[in-house]
Design a protein around this ligand. Structure first.
Ligand code: NAP
Length: 296
């Protein structure tokens, strides 16, 4: 029997825990965590993500400050805002929604964030700490959410072969760095494969745990995995719905039906990794708030 990993349910549980903790902290310290989300431009997907982040914050008692700036915003104007947010006492976490318009240097903006407020975990200081295993950092939300799902489904990870398809800075690489660490939540043998592999199935077939973040619909099929694998499908692909003409539907990077036949556990799309990414941002914001206010 394949276990369908319900990311929505797990995210809801974590959200409730966060809401309870925020409520207690508010009562005790008369303060609440604050998250600033900065969006530049009118990208519709980014607008939806930013709205959802605002709603998530509201649901757990985190104050959300949303900055929606026009596409023509200059790099200097954005830098000025980031610096102002760095200095604000009521802002514990800052998230600059990516991608930024082409005229703005993304890494310059990310490098300007105060690493202690970088709840997305993309600042080089936080990336470095992730690599060296220093836990005084923020883990990027998507791999962090994947790790949480893996931890809830595999009891002993020591020596398990975890294969990742994709080497992006936001998913593939941080996923590898998280899962290779020598601790109970990780300790895996990690392989990353990408487009330079002549045949990724050589690697995917060896996986005890397979994380797929390629951004290509159904790039992993049933014959590319072994029996009993645990599959985490990060991909979100919007395709024409073959059943409802004119409508779109979301599918993952894994061909769900035939991979599920062999997997011991698998995340669905939607309802797997997506909700986990959102809730890990709240978790990171709460961590930033506690550090900022010296709360153990
Ligand atoms: P990305 O920056 O486009 O990176 C994709 C990676 O996959 C690249 O390293 C690429 O290799 C590799 N790749 C692409 N096609 C491949 C193939 N056929 N065989 C082997 N490797 C292949 O994408 P991303 O930002 O990591 O996102 C990946 C997917 O996850 C997207 O669908 C995105 O929408 C989704 N996503 C979901 C969440 C969530 O919360 N659920 C969060 C973030 C991303 P090269 O480096 O060689 O080009």
């Amino acid at each position: 029997m394949t276990d369908v990993i319900d990311g929505k349910k797990v995210a809801e549980e974590i959200k409730n825990e966060i809401a309870r903790e925020v409520d207690l902290l508010k009562k005790k310290h008369d303060k609440q965590p604050g998250l600033a989300v900065v969006l530049v431009g009118e990208d519709p997907a980014s607008q939806v993500y930013v709205r959802m982040k605002g709603r998530d914050c509201e649901q757990v008692g985190i104050e959300s400050f949303q900055y929606t700036l026009p596409e023509e915003t200059t790099q200097e104007e954005l830098l000025k805002l980031v610096k102002e947010l760095n200095g604000r006492d009521d802002v514990d976490g800052i998230l600059v929604q990516l991608p930024l318009p082409a005229h703005i240097n993304e890494s310059l903006i990310l490098n300007t964030l105060d690493p202690k407020k970088d709840v997305d975990g993309f600042h080089p200081v936080n990336v470095g700490k992730l690599v060296t295993g220093d836990e005084d950092t923020f883990y990027p939300c998507t791999p962090y959410g994947c790790q949480e799902l893996i931890n809830r489904h595999v009891s002993d990870l020591k020596g398990k072969h975890l294969v990742i398809v994709g080497r992006s800075n936001i998913v593939g690489k941080p996923m590898a760095n998280l899962m290779v660490q020598k601790n109970q939540r990780a300790n895996c043998i990690v392989t990353i494969c990408h487009t330079a592999a002549p045949d990724i199935s050589y690697y995917t077939r060896q996986a005890d745990i397979l994380v797929v973040a390629a951004g290509r619909p159904e790039v992993v099929s049933g014959e590319m995995v072994k029996e009993g694998v645990v599959v985490i499908d990060v991909g979100i692909n919007r395709i024409d719905d073959p059943v409802n003409e004119g409508k779109k539907k979301l599918i993952g990077d894994v061909r769900y039906e035939d991979v599920a036949e062999k997997a011991s556990a698998i995340t669905p799309v939607p309802g797997g990794v997506g909700p986990m990414t959102r809730v890990m941002l709240l978790k990171n914001t709460l961590k930033a708030f506690k550090q900022h206010n010296n709360i153990a």
